[in-house]
Ligand binder design. Structure first.
Ligand code: NAD
Length: 300
């Protein structure tokens, strides 16, 4: 496989596109945003004038878009890529999107003889820049094997996982994000209560990390708040609340009551209203810092 189309050159897609070029793929790229689009040329991709132009004559097309609305529009809307892709080609949506829109894509793909994968990623923009993303692919075995060289160009080979049939990739990705965002709220609560109770933050933090309650979130991710007062603007609250909304929708679709998920979603929505759509993904912890009147910093 050589000719690849790539649509959506934001925080994640921009660097992913660069890795595909460096891996030797002939990449044709498109983004509606002119600044993001210019980045395609910077990384050595050919810049297309439209999404459909990107899809003609390619063997595979990747989309890395904000969410379900944009995925549906780019694939199935006016000038959509589904009609432009050659029969027999491979379509891969790597956005964090919904199974419902995935099913619409799948129906259309079957009619056109296009193989489809949902393959969302984890690893933050740092992972996109480093080419070490985790990838959760849903679709047939044959489509997954066709997609593997693309995934190896942008991901960590140890964490390129085929998690099931169509929609399983979206499902796994939404559930792992949900787990992470539940931990963000739990960590915000625990650390602020501890500090208000008079325990030194460093002592409390060390005790938690050395306890059975330790997690990657505690050991690694929350350190950006504790060390630098940073909340990770590369994954903004508008995308956080999009993902949590999709997780609630997923639970509803499968008939599961998820009281905790619903509450956690609302807490992150509150943080988005207070700190803005572009505030960083760990802003829920800032919510607790503001409520408690403390800054959670290990240096203090
Ligand atoms: P982003 O907002 O930075 O980038 C999305 C890009 O899509 C933008 O450049 C935008 O202009 C473009 N776009 C929107 N509509 C379009 C259209 N109709 N046609 C062409 N281009 C269009 O978002 P991101 O951070 O790169 O995230 C992309 C996806 O990856 C999202 O689904 C997100 O949830 C997921 N994700 C993000 C992170 C992260 O840390 N940022 C981590 C894992 C997964």
């Amino acid at each position: 496989m050589r000719a690849v189309g790539f649509i959506g050159l934001g925080n994640m897609g921009g660097p992913m596109c660069g890795h595909l070029v460096r891996a030797g793929f002939d990449v044709c790229a498109y983004d509606i945003d002119a600044t993001a689009h210019a980045r395609a040329r910077d990384v050595g991709a050919r810049a297309a004038g439209s999404a459909a132009e990107c899809a003609r004559d390619v063997e595979a097309l990747i989309t890395m878009l904000p969410g379900p609305a944009q995925v549906e529009q780019v694939w199935l809307g006016d000038g959509g890529v589904m009609d432009a892709l050659p029969p027999g080609s491979l379509g891969v949506d790597m956005s964090t999107s919904s199974r419902a829109v995935g099913e619409l894509l799948l129906d259309a793909a079957r009619r056109r003889g296009i193989e489809l994968l949902d393959a969302p990623v984890a690893g933050q923009s740092i992972g996109a820049q480093a080419g070490t993303l985790a990838i959760y692919a849903g679709g047939s075995d044959s489509a997954f094997e066709r997609g593997r060289p693309l995934f190896e160009a942008v991901g960590d080979p140890e964490r390129i996982l085929h998690v099931g049939g169509h929609g399983a990739g979206y499902t796994v990705k939404l559930l792992l994000n949900l787990t992470w965002f539940i931990q963000a709220v739990a960590t915000g609560e625990v650390l602020t209560v501890g500090v208000r109770a008079g325990v030194q933050l460093g002592k409390l933090y060390e005790a938690l990390v050395r306890s059975p309650a330790n997690s990657n979130f505690l050991e690694r991710d929350v350190r950006m708040v504790l060390d630098d007062g940073a909340y990770d603007e590369a994954f903004p609250m508008r995308l956080v609340t999009k993902d949590l909304g999709l997780a609630v929708e997923l639970a509803r679709d499968v008939g599961m009551p998820v009281e905790l998920t619903a509450l956690v979603e609302q807490i992150h929505r509150r943080a988005r209203v207070l700190y803005g759509d572009d505030a960083g993904e760990i802003s829920a912890i800032r919510l607790y810092e503001d409520l408690a009147g403390v800054e959670l910093r290990l240096t203090k």
